[in-house]
Design a protein around this ligand. Structure first.
Ligand code: NDP
Length: 444
């Protein structure tokens, strides 16, 4: 990296102790070096320097009362990263590991991901270090209400529209939306991922997992491969993992493993998804409980071992940096020929190198998991029109969007001399649209 090295240096200096943010920026800037060479006017207009700096960062106290009557204090975040092409849009993450660096890495990635969808949405992310695990419904409700009491003054249907992410599903969106509506006295599409009865979109729950499979199916077509008859390992067992598993099964593949943050289950006969949904979606239990229903499966504590299971296709769908170099080497050695990232930044830079070097069909997160936010944007459209589309209508639009993302990413990769490199292609295609908008709208 030459032209853009000073941009990265500045990011590292200005944002100390935020390794995930540095990693996300570095990966993108490395892909953009040839773009900077081709567009000196963007360099001169400071587009690269501006895109790595959030437009606004909001940090706030979230105080709530637990079931024992004790006051608990968490930290809330909303990083409104870039609104050049539309209102800020991106999920809220509730997990004890959340800090400003994590939210910034996710918000930065979200700019390019949202651009790739072809829909008018800017990039943002938010969340809190609150851990919903082990909390009662009442505690989760009081936390969400306290969180929204502050967040509501910074968001709006034409300003910033948050959604779910790790730890934020239908229950949390309900509590957040209820509080927004009470305080603001308005019923608008200010959040996505809402329930169907009050403004949600059919197929939003399934969208990220389904979209991931549509994208990888399209990417594999180039090599005359598909999910049919293939063995697939999926990490995680949350929203993305469950619906990726369902779509793999629809497409004729066999998912043999799923995980949570405690460990993974291996079921060589194929995962029984109904059982997983009962454990995870209904009871909010642990993946280990799968063995009570499927005694022939095995459970292994710890997460990284899941990548030692031989598979044709891997769909990491839990969290960032879950595949390191050694895990990537192991996957390739065992015959894995395609990797689709359901989670955000699940592969370390060294792991990505391994995939690219070994001609693995590699679907980078910002392209492969963009189906969730794309369908959120479709939810926003339905809210604005005060209409709802059928499941099949939304699913068909989602599929078209995923195929389009694949097509513009591979076109950009080829145009810049790296055919088949969807990692570079997605970074470039996502960036170019935002850069053009920032350039045309002047310095600010
Ligand atoms: P959920 O909260 O529904 O599920 C997360 C899953 O990942 C759980 O199984 C969880 O296990 C596991 N997990 C979380 N943190 C860790 C960790 N530190 N180590 C190991 N496992 C972990 O979240 P989602 O399915 O919504 O999100 C999963 C990933 O997909 C995230 O990277 C998210 O940013 C990304 N994503 C989600 C989208 C969406 O629409 N939901 C859209 C695009 C990307 P446990 O229950 O033990 O915590």
């Amino acid at each position: 990296m030459k032209l853009l090295a000073p941009v990265l240096e500045q990011v590292e200096k200005r944002n100390p102790n935020e390794p995930e943010f540095h990693q996300a920026v570095q990966e993108v800037l490395e892909s953009l070096e040839p773009v900077a060479e081709r567009h000196p006017e963007w360099l001169k207009a400071g587009v690269f320097d501006r895109i790595v700096e959030p437009e606004r960062q909001i940090l706030f106290r979230v105080a709530w009362v637990d079931d024992q009557g004790r006051v608990q204090v968490n930290r809330g975040f909303r990083v409104q990263f870039n609104s050049a092409i539309g209102p800020f849009k991106g999920g809220l993450r509730l997990h004890p590991s959340v800090n400003v660096g994590i939210i910034k890495f996710l918000g930065f990635e979200q700019i390019l991901k949202n651009s790739l969808t072809g829909l008018p949405i800017g990039g943002a992310k938010g969340g809190s270090d609150f851990d919903p695990k082990g909390k009662s419904d009442g505690e989760v409700m009081r936390f969400c209400q306290a969180f929204m009491t502050e967040l509501q003054r910074h968001i709006g249907p034409d300003t910033d529209v948050p959604a779910g992410d790790i730890g934020v599903g239908g229950r949390e969106i309900g509590y957040l939306y209820g509080q927004y509506r009470r305080i603001r006295n308005e019923s608008t599409g200010v959040l996505t991922g809402k329930a169907i009865g009050w403004g949600g979109s059919l197929a939003r729950t399934e969208a990220t997992g389904y979209g991931l499979c549509y994208f990888i199916e399209e990417a594999m077509k180039v090599r005359h491969k598909s999910f049919r008859g293939k063995t697939v390992v999926v990490s995680g067992s949350g929203n993305v993992a469950i619906y990726a598993t369902q779509k793999v099964q629809h497409l004729g593949g066999r998912v043999v493993a799923l995980s949570d943050s405690d460990g993974y289950v291996h079921d060589p006969d194929g995962i029984d998804l109904k059982t997983v949904q009962e454990i995870k979606e209904v009871r909010r239990g642990r993946i280990k409980e799968y063995l009570a229903v499927r005694p022939n499966a095995t459970y292994v504590p710890g997460c990284s071992g899941i990548w030692s299971i031989p598979c044709d296709i891997a769909l990491p769908s839990a969290t960032q940096n879950e595949i390191d170099e050694a895990s990537a080497e192991l996957l390739v050695k065992n015959g894995c020929f395609a990797v689709g990232e359901g989670a955000n930044m699940p592969s370390t830079p060294e792991a990505i190198e391994v995939f690219l070097r070994n001609q693995v069909t590699y679907g980078p997160a910002k392209a492969a998991n963009a189906g969730g936010v794309a369908t959120s944007a479709l939810e926003m459209s339905q809210n604005s029109m005060r209409l709802s589309w059928t499941f099949d209508e939304v699913d068909a639009k989602l599929k078209d969007i995923m195929i389009h993302i694949h097509s513009i990413s591979s076109r950009a990769a080829a145009e810049y001399g790296h055919p088949d490199n969807l990692f570079m292609g997605a970074n470039i295609a996502g960036f170019e649209k935002v850069a053009k908008a920032m350039y045309e709208q002047g310095v600010g």
